[in-house]
Write a protein that binds this ligand. Structure first.
Ligand SMILES: [Fe+2]
Ligand SMILES: [Fe+2]
Length: 267
């Protein structure tokens, strides 16, 4: 089993597709991951499953990898008394990033309504798109992603797949934003819609991974001193930002729900 613990997951899934199904049953989405060079042992550790679930998962995987071996079934406590779903707790600096996600998720929730009703001839509609792009560029990217890239990820090994995936997501998100700007110039409604939809789908998934897997995993590895240092570095980074722009972004989100109702042809 040690050999497989140190094998990239894509290689295992290619040879044993059932392992992918097992991981998915534990909400570990390795099958759609484009990189897939995470080692099996890292995946198990990053997801921090309750002990019972982890033993059960490893037992099921080992049964697939070694069908002829007499794998000992782990003694798992009474299923009815399984651990209650764990509440995610974050250190104060990480909690700040989670709170920033809340604002970004509000945009992601409202964007389908904007997209469904967009009228390219309307200045009001075009302005909503431009303001949304400003929010994405200044709040989601310069304010939030920059703190992750320049500060938080320094507390991890940047060669890990999970970090590479997060950085690649940020780049893909930026490419969608550039594409929307270009499409606005040429009035290419189809491209605006496609790229905004793609941005929203990407960010929703990205934020979920950060909130539920990456941030708790980073938090578990931080010392108290590092938590304090992270907090101070986030403050320092924010002091260099134009906070007026950030406040404008927050106001835009607060007013967006109301503006969406004014879009033409709304349901
Ligand atoms: Fe991120
Ligand atoms: Fe994030």
């Amino acid at each position: 089993m040690k050999k497989y613990l140190n094998t990239p997951i894509k290689e295992i899934i290619t040879n044993f597709p059932q392992v992918g199904n097992i991981l998915e049953a534990y909400n570990i989405g390795c099958v759609p991951c484009t990189l897939g060079s995470c080692l099996l042992k890292d995946i198990v550790s990053i997801h921090n499953l309750p002990k019972d679930q982890e033993s059960e998962l490893m037992y099921r995987i080992e049964k697939v990898l070694y069908p002829d071996r007499d794998v000992k079934k782990p003694i798992i406590g009474n299923l009815l008394q399984k651990e209650a779903p764990r509440e995610l707790k974050y250190s104060p600096p990480i909690k700040r990033l989670v709170d920033e996600h809340v604002l970004i998720k509000q945009l992601l929730t409202l964007m389908p309504k904007v997209i469904a009703n967009i009228d390219m001839e309307s200045d009001f509609d075009r302005q909503i798109i431009l303001d949304s792009l400003d929010f994405i560029r200044f709040y989601a990217d310069k304010f939030h992603h920059a703190k992750e890239e320049d500060i938080l990820f320094e507390y991890t090994d940047k060669n890990l797949d999970i970090i590479k995936t997060m950085l690649a997501d940020h780049e893909t998100a930026r490419a969608h934003v550039r594409a929307v700007f270009a499409a606005l110039k040429t009035q290419d409604k189809k491209s605006i819609i496609e790229n905004l939809n793609a941005y929203c789908a990407l960010l929703a998934e990205h934020i979920k991974k950060e909130d539920e897997i990456l941030y708790p995993w980073i938090d578990r590895g931080l010392t108290t001193k590092q938590v304090g240092e992270l907090f101070a570095r986030f403050n320092e980074a924010e002091e260099k930002m134009n906070m007026e722009v950030i406040e404008k972004c927050k106001r835009f989100i607060a007013e967006l729900a109301q503006k969406v109702t004014k879009l033409k042809g709304r349901e």
